[in-house]
Design a protein around this ligand. Structure first.
Ligand SMILES: C[S@@+](CC[C@H](N)C(=O)[O-])C[C@H]1O[C@@H](n2cnc3c(N)ncnc32)[C@H](O)[C@@H]1O
Length: 282
């Protein structure tokens, strides 16, 4: 097996990220800092070390993630949330029951904080109902930045309306820090989408955007099934603009007229057939 194949197999097993041979340049560029630090000539020399060093494996996986994100990315999902989903959930859920939102590939936190600002802007519409946002990601460095809530001038100029910048951020030297009430609405946790998410509890809204594109179809199907199991009845999944559920199992169906919003299909319920529990429709 070549060093490329070995590293690609390891990265796929650990994170789901699929690296085809056309991506070999990524190993050269993204792993350069690691190989330099270890005094190695390139990623080929890294492969034997990776076999035995779990921390190095984590570092390599993280280096190969793409953390590109921006505030209010694509706008439309946020509009849908504000106009349709959140008012509907608020009307349906019992009074006093908080709403839970999961930003499942949170990167540096812009998505989670966009959600928090959106909720804050809706203000009184929730009649005192709490809204909690959980941001998770496999990559630790972006998550640390998300927790800090400190963004560069360049980052706040991407997608964030000036009105919200002034209202929800304070200037710190050349950067902008999100204010505490908004930061407090979101928490961040390291999480691998390949892991069983039961311990995270269940959510009203799940944003899982611009991460499935890096997985192969069987991995996408598996992750979608796990995500479906985390949605509360009436909950919704939002995918990225370029992402689809076509050919990826039957966990979800599109909300009519909205190609990026999905509701979970009812799951087969176990039934007793001749004394044995069987999954109907499985
Ligand atoms: C392109 S960013 C998307 C950020 C945001 N959701 C958005 O749409 O702007 C993709 C994120 O997915 C994360 N990621 C990749 N594989 C993952 C996995 N197996 N589990 C959790 N997060 C993963 C990466 O670390 C990266 O931060």
């Amino acid at each position: 097996m070549s060093a490329f194949d070995e590293i690609a197999a390891l990265v796929k097993a650990r994170s789901g990220l699929a690296l085809g041979p056309e991506k070999s340049y990524l190993l050269d560029t993204r792993l350069a800092a690691i190989t330099r630090r270890l005094g190695l000539t390139g990623y080929v020399a890294l492969a034997p070390r990776l076999r035995v060093d779990r921390a190095l494996q984590d570092e390599v996986v993280e280096a190969l993630t793409t953390n590109e994100t921006l505030f209010f990315r694509d706008n439309k999902p946020f509009d849908h949330l504000r106009r349709e989903a959140l008012p509907k959930l608020h009307a349906e859920r019992p009074a006093g029951m908080g709403l839970r939102v999961w930003s499942a590939a949170a990167s540096t936190g812009q998505e989670a904080y966009s959600l928090a600002m959106l909720v804050s802007e809706m203000g009184g519409a929730f009649g005192g109902r709490s809204v909690q946002i959980l941001g998770t990601d496999i990559a630790r460095a972006p998550l640390a930045r998300a927790r800090e809530g400190l963004y560069s001038q360049f980052e706040v100029q991407r997608g964030l309306p000036a009105r919200l910048l002034v209202k929800y951020f304070t200037k710190e030297d050349d950067s902008w820090r999100i204010i505490k009430p908004i930061r407090d609405m979101a928490s961040f946790r390291e999480w691998n989408l390949l892991a069983d998410p039961s311990v995270l509890g269940r959510f009203d809204i799940i944003f899982c955007r611009n991460v499935l594109i890096y997985f192969d179809p069987p991995t996408k199907t598996r992750v979608l099934a796990m995500i479906a199991s985390r949605l509360l009845p009436g909950g919704l999944l939002y995918l990225g603009g370029a992402e689809t559920i076509n050919g990826l199992g039957d966990s979800f169906r599109a909300v009519p007229g909205e190609h990026f919003v999905f509701e979970a299909n009812p799951r087969p319920t176990p039934q007793l057939v001749r004394g044995a529990l069987v999954q109907v429709g499985a």
